[in-house]
Design a protein around this ligand. Structure first.
Ligand code: GAR
Length: 202
């Protein structure tokens, strides 16, 4: 069974979607731990409610050592790291040790509205300002760049004329929850083949 660590920074609805997918037997995997970079985040309560081990590695306290602290926790214990609304950037050894074993969910169709400083509601504000007619979400592998790794799954969402950043975020989130579980399932079934920077689902 695939063992995963889920990394979060906030409310944890994506974490909740993974928990639900495991509990309703869509996913055959096990959450070994939830790691949060922000004390007091609601996602920690969600994990505790389901008896999942939690660690808080506060970003402000640990600074550049954050990635190494996380590596200490997950090393040799998990097969896959899932960034589910995790807003710190992982750096250093963890990227080598978990090469092609870290995935991230981003609330846009990469390569639009992504990269440094693009997260959460800001992504939807930029999409609306730009006037795109379609946005969505992307699950991708994590590499040394920010949101630059190979794309596993994307889901499209139509932008409506009266959308606000909040209404758009809500509809994109619904698709994120599906996309993230689907990606984990594909990986757990060995169906994700990496060919250069392209990914084939077999
Ligand atoms: C999600 O929309 C996720 O895609 C986004 O943060 C939100 C977290 O929500 N992540 C990023 O913007 C990363 N660049 P959640 O805590 O309810 O899962």
């Amino acid at each position: 069974m695939l063992k995963i660590a889920v990394l979060i920074s906030g409310g944890g609805t994506n974490l909740q979607s993974i928990i639900d997918s495991i509990e309703n037997n869509y996913l055959n995997c096990c959450i070994e731990c939830v790691i949060c970079d922000k004390a007091g985040a609601f996602g920690i309560d969600r994990a505790k409610k389901h008896d999942i081990k939690t660690f808080v590695i506060d970003k402000k306290e640990h600074g550049v050592a954050l990635s190494d602290k996380i590596l200490e926790i997950v090393n040799e214990k998990v097969d896959l790291i899932v960034l589910a609304g995790f807003l710190s950037i992982l750096k250093g050894d963890i990227l080598k040790r978990f090469h092609n074993k870290i995935i991230n969910i981003h609330p846009s169709l990469i390569p639009s509205f992504c990269g440094k400083g693009m997260y959460g509601i800001k992504v939807h504000e930029r999409a609306l300002e730009y006037g795109v007619k379609i946005t969505g979400c992307t699950v991708h592998f994590v590499d040394e760049g920010t949101d630059t790794g190979s794309i596993i799954i994307q889901k499209a969402v139509k932008v409506l004329e009266d959308d606000t950043p909040e209404t758009l975020q809500k509809r994109v989130l619904e698709q994120e929850h599906k996309a993230l579980s689907e990606a984990i399932k594909l990986i757990s079934e060995g169906r994700v083949k990496i060919e250069g920077r392209k990914i084939k689902i077999v």
